[in-house]
Design a protein around this ligand. Structure first.
Ligand code: NAG
Ligand code: NAG
Length: 132
């Protein structure tokens, strides 16, 4: 192989790498990640609900408390809520359904965990399961 063709090949590789990088940056910039708001509306008389979101410290939510944060990675976030002998597991964030929305409202109720994008229409995401 001549020096000239090696030179050409290395330039083709550099160009491809550059194009891939530009496409990756463009795709990342296009994804709108929501703010998550988790509210405990379970019961005024109940003990606080403990919530563990993957990669975050466990939090304790009293009745009506709202925990808010902005999602920073476009990855599934597993979450567990614990209330007495009951546990509910859900995805606090799921790229396939939640990306592109401004706010993901999540409500901890006696039924389980509900989710909404407009704070009006709620969908049940997880029910309480009694621990053994
Ligand atoms: C999330 O981001 C929005 C827009 O930048 C900002 O208004 C809001 O205060 C942020 N929320 C939190 C909990 O930091
Ligand atoms: C979330 O939990 C599921 C099982 O419930 C597991 O397969 C998956 O790896 C977990 N994902 C993360 C990001 O922890």
């Amino acid at each position: 192989m001549t020096n000239l063709s090696l030179f050409a090949i290395s330039h083709i590789f550099a160009l491809c790498f550059c194009l891939v990088s530009i496409v990756t940056i463009a795709e990342t910039a296009d994804i709108k990640l929501p703010e998550i708001q988790i509210q405990n509306v379970l019961s005024e008389s109940a003990a606080p609900v403990k919530v563990q979101i993957t990669g975050k410290p466990e939090i304790s939510l009293k009745y009506n408390d709202v925990y808010k944060w902005n999602v920073t990675r476009n990855e599934i976030l597993n979450s567990t809520a614990t209330f007495g002998f009951f546990t509910a597991n859900w995805h606090a964030f799921d790229p396939s359904s939640d990306s592109g929305h401004a706010i993901s409202y999540q409500s901890i109720t006696t039924d389980g965990i509900y989710q909404s994008f407009d704070n009006i229409n709620y969908e049940l995401k997880a029910e309480w399961v009694q621990n053994n």
